[in-house]
Design a protein around this ligand. Sequence first.
Ligand code: BES
Ligand code: MN
Ligand code: ZN
Length: 496
Amino acid sequence: MTNASIETAQTAETVDADVVAIPVFEQDQPGDLAGADAASGGEISRAFSSREFTGKPYEIFLTKLVSGGWRARRLALVGAGARDTADLDRMRRVAAAFGIAARKRRLGRVAFVVRGAQSVASGAQAATEGLTLAEFYGGRYKTGEPDGQPAISLTIVAPGAAAAEVEQSIRRGRVLAECCNLSRALCNEPSNMLTPRVFAERAAAIGKEVGLGVEILDETRIAELGMGLLLGVARGSAEPPRLIVLRHEPKGPPASPVLGLVGKGITFDTGGISIKPADGMDRMKDDMAGGAAVICAMRAMAILNAPIRVIGIVPATENMPGGRATKPGDVLVGASGKTVEVTNTDAEGRLILGDGLWYAQQLGATHLVDVATLTGACVVALGKYASGLFGKPDAWVQHVGRIATASGDRAWPMPLHDDYAEQLKSEIADLVNSGGRPAGAITAAMFLKEFSGGLPWAHLDIAGTAWADDAKPWQAKGATGVAVRTLAELAFSTLP
Ligand code: BES
Ligand code: MN
Ligand code: ZN
């Protein structure tokens, strides 16, 4: 996937690279930058006083290194914003912005100096994540030249840190961000290339490579298990559904907890008979972003030896309006026995997740997290910069929220009052699948709660966060890899 080597160095001067980057805060003075000003022949001082460079986030100032014994060819100052608001999330983005800028300039051997982090080790991890995320290239179906040059080598300069500790952090950051990039690649795949069967094959290959337990259930097995909700969504498609099951079984772990992760794996969402408008429908190829996050997070857990048992479940299908498709008003019977009147076939994610959550319990999960591009309403509520966070009890939801924040996947809590259940009442079945427009993200979560079987359960609605509509200095347009780091880190946390 990524070929660039990665290493550490103690000082910026001694690094041999095409460019060495120093993050610079708005409060910094040229003299704060460890001899860089002299090495640039005073160019840094000139850029500061002319305000060519001010330290605003993601500003880049490139200059030649002319003297003072620095080995790198060039120096980049990268704006890191106000020092008092700079956290690891900012540092990750600053490193990513630099990585993207270096690639555009065809500078392949890049170094980045860790500065301003509370601990050098965590700063080194964030920097590694940023530089690795910057390596992502989404143009695999372009037959011409890729845009920019892929990185050849990355060096993390971590002054005054214990080498062993920094090596650990760098390895961790590298694995986590590579798994994000793998998730982004899966999400960017068009639906003709990534059908449910291909998605399952890719998941199996990823799982086997890192030693996860892998089981792919085909439509016959899915029917034997009685998963009428998943089958009901799959009916309209010529492509058969799959249920992807991955297991992380570390040697000699305690019997509990068992983390159960369930990801929405709709490889294309037309809406079904309740068909979506044409505008923007192409984006619905990423409706498997939750499933990709589960698969890729489990890859990270396996490589990094997460200490607890984890089960990952991804129900995978297309949502198509074929001649045999489920129609509005149809009633489906899920594997848990609950019946659902399908009032809107476009509310398909919650259906397949209902069966997925049930299966996670069958396999012995004690704590549940589901991740899904579930509702347009969540995009309206929270926009593109925070995922919706739902669930019960509060202790579990807050735990997931804290891990998300620490991982740089922002998630914001949303309510689940019993009153909202009114909107899911059916005249003829246990539930309807669509609660209408008011509180659309909440009623979707309320539907899932019905399938959580009394276990601690958290739900991340990533409809707004899974996809970047525009390129940012720190992020390419397209799939973002959201929730991969959160899910992976959960497996290293003490579950409440
Ligand atoms: N996959 C969509 C949600 C979505 C919307 C994801 C925009 C990403 C961007 C989901 O299956 C869906 O269609 N939800 C409906 C639910 C409604 C019919 C109750 C929606 O949000 O409109
Ligand atoms: Mn839909
Ligand atoms: Zn969908």
